[in-house]
Design a protein around this ligand. Sequence first.
Ligand code: FAD
Ligand code: MG
Ligand code: MG
Ligand code: MG
Ligand code: MG
Length: 553
Amino acid sequence: AAASGGGLVAYADSAAESAPEPSQGAPKKKLLVLGTGWAGTSFLKNLDCSQYEVKVISPRNYFAFTPLLPSVTCGTVEPRSIIEPVRRMFEKKNKDVTFCEAECFKIDANKKTVHCRSAVGTNLDGNGDFMLDYDYLVVALGATVSTFNTPGVLEHCCFLKEVEDAQKIRRCVIDCFEKASLPNISAEEKRKILHFVVIGGGPTGVEFAAEMHDFLVEDLVKLYPAIQDFVKITIIQSGEHILNMFDERIAAFAEQKFQRDGIEVCTGFRVIKVSDDSITMKSKSAGKEVSVPYGMAVWSAGIGTRPVIMDFMQQIGQTNRRALATNEWLRVRECEGVYAIGDCATVSQRKIMDDISMVFKMADKDNSGTLTLKEINDVLEDICIRYPQVELYMKSMHMLDIADLIKGAIGDSHKESMVVDIEEFKKALSHVDSQVKNAPATAQVAAQQGQYLAECFNKMEKCKEDPEGPLRMTGGSGRHFFRPFRYKHFGQFAPLGGEQAAAELPGDWVSMGHSTQWLWYSVYASKQVSWRTRVLVVSDWTRRFIFGRDSSR
Ligand code: FAD
Ligand code: MG
Ligand code: MG
Ligand code: MG
Ligand code: MG
């Protein structure tokens, strides 16, 4: 029952005792990790690799620092500065970790094997296919772009997901400028070639538009003075505002800044077709269609599911989903030994209302059929760990303690002598599940999940009796369980160009302007995965300040 997530969890302090001796002679368990992005590398960095036989599969033998990809599109930062070779990252662990540069194209959960394909032919028959088996599988394959099947997008738009994409955009931008500088190009034609369209007003699209604008006003006007007046940048956003996942104040600030900069923001328009020279969009309110000519378009409107994940979800009966569903311990539901982290997965949080009778029974230690405030308080911490939505709900309603929540349901009464029956208990908690939220598809979430899962794997031996906790509320001493994963949000930045940025920090704190850009520089420098990339990125920034960006292809 605990495995299906039905139970409340008790937990042990993770700081307790050191890891046990690996059992003598027993072969190490095979641990296979798919992907070397944010989730995969964070997992490997925190894993005690000596406990397992670790194999890592990824078609790219490097980790890419994706938050700086928009800066690569205009040459603010060089592509080499934001990638770190995987083998170098785990240099010290290389004797315990094997890396294979290959793509996984099928996961077979029944046979506990994974099918991979290397770009280099290794077999006698000339293909590079091979198969690996596992005891534990960590799926960290990330996501792809989704075009929502909009015709022409795949053929005509650039994307911004991988390092190669950013390099391609950089070449396209320069191509457009060179093309527009050729003789015999009419003014109308120039205007078309130099119309840069960004589809999608999320953080990536907005940051790219801001980068483009800076590149234009800081560098290109000097290098291409004859055509500068023909350049235009447009953002097309289907929602009412750009950056709609941020605080309204940030969205408003960004829209005003873009207006001053001359970046056109078309909100409420959905792109319905892209051809080689025009983009057709439809107004959501009026329903009328407009076509605009363009020179280059970047699609950053949606994230999609990788085919191998899609196929795996079919196999295990998770259909009609965008990402693999895991339980709160990041284990893929109904799938022995398989875990999923990062953008390819979502945690489905158990609802407290589904377990309410059990929760009540466990809290009711004296079997009186009613709960006193003390009885509730005794199990509150466990409830909040197992069902984080309870705490979130109390916070959102500005409630100081559980007594407030109960009072709201049963009407006023004296705090200390309060007694509730099951119906009242249900009523008190009935709105709590509205606070269940999916963590966003960000590097921050992926990295935290990787770290969390590594800590679980490090304690696996110790917790093997019952890793997800027993069906009881208070942990007996000496028992070891994993706490369910919980995402901690440290805030989010939106660089807006012109040395200005906006940031949303924990506790409803919003900061915008030039000083925020400096905060951005320091945070992103400190987040680099190695001293090597840190030095490269900072020197790229410095070079840009002094000499401007490189505008060669
Ligand atoms: P990824 O980092 O995408 O890693 C997936 C890994 O799997 C890669 O190593 C890939 O090579 C490998 N792989 C792919 N297919 C296969 C296969 N078939 N077999 C084996 N391996 C495979 N998040 C933030 O928090 N802050 C930001 O500022 C931010 N900016 C971003 C800017 C851009 C332009 C983009 C694209 C994303 C940004 N993100 C940001 C989001 C962040 O990059 C993702 O949430 C994060 O990368 C997810 O980590 P992941 O490990 O799940 O996937
Ligand atoms: Mg990964
Ligand atoms: Mg990555
Ligand atoms: Mg996720
Ligand atoms: Mg009682």
